[in-house]
Design a binder for this molecule. Sequence first.
Ligand code: UTP
Length: 403
Amino acid sequence: MLDSIKIKLHEHGQEHLLNFYEELSENEKKHLINQIESIDFDLIKNLMGLIGKKKDAYEFSSMSSYLSVDEDYKLGLNSILKGEYALVTMAGGQGTRLGFDGPKGTYILKNGINKSLFEIQCDKLKNLYKMSNVYIPWYIMTSLVNNDETVDFFEKNNYFDYPKDKIQFFTQDELPMIDLRGKIVMDSKSNIKMGANGSGGVFSGLTKSGILNEMKKNKIKWVFIGGIDNILLPVDNPDLIGFAIKNNYLVTSKIVPKVNPDEKVGVFGYRNNRPSVIEYIEMDDEKNNLRDESGQLLYRDIHTISNVFNISVLENIADKELEYVPAFKKTEYINEEGNLIIPDSENAYKFETFIFEAFSYVNEVGLIQGKREEIFAPIKNAKGVDSPETASKLYKDFYKNKN
Ligand code: UTP
């Protein structure tokens, strides 16, 4: 078997993966071989072709957003009362910008809050219970790297007193990281450095884990998919569901307006006439500053990753191939002598798909306008903009005003 693996590695110019094989223990050998066997080398070759490639030229156009009304809330709550609602939290990211060594959801906010991001999200579900008397199912996406630590954290915290049988974990797929020479990165003599396949991995993750089937069996109709790092994620507001029901949308999303034209965020818009999110790097000065007749920015509605999907959309895209995008990241690696190197700057590519690609499979995404101070307090960076400090302030102000 080792011989056939060697031939395959040779064919793909990745022989270095076995450079230290003879030094490894039996368990380490097994682990490394399993990793190598899980790699789709043809896919890797295709992905390497994406590095440095100019993106297709898309035609962009703007999208409209609306205010929700009481009826949306009522219709949505009625659906929740019927047991049709579930939450999927994406918590498989690497949190590199935050620089926290552990799953982002286990990060404990200080500044007088003293709760982890997981607990803060669970509080929202408990609030929903108070409103509806329904404990909605909570599905948490992890990556292979952070799954065990995440589950342990829930165990240790007694699932934050949410019914344990309502919480399930599932993992997303991962791909090897590639260095600038096109070589697969190893971060020890026995381990290939893998990276989670991006927020778009949630769709295949839900299918492969059997959760999508379980949802269908349990008559779930509406699935909120959100990130772990927005501590004001509006999962306990039913209006996105009601807005979808009333207008026959299959996907709805809650947006907040940009604070200034240059804010580095993805905004909703059409890409070649299909609903999408236009990333910051795809915008230029001119587009950032375009205004409509009322003087408002034309591309202003931020994708806050607060999306409600009809279950049929999740079924429909389960077998679709989403487009991979290379992301340049800083990662530890071993050099030719087998020594661990910690680089000062980005040194390798990770390949990701994005959740917003799913939007192109529906005709319209219904956008509801939210207020930043009520629904959007992201934690991305260790300091400065969108940091624990700024998010904590928003969080505390929000709950102070509520009480
Ligand atoms: P981001 O891309 O903003 O955050 O993901 P990240 O990966 O945690 O952090 P950086 O970019 O390395 O600093 C937004 C949301 O999507 C989840 C994240 O956990 C976060 O909740 N996500 C992202 C996944 O679950 N898996 C991924 O592969 C990527």
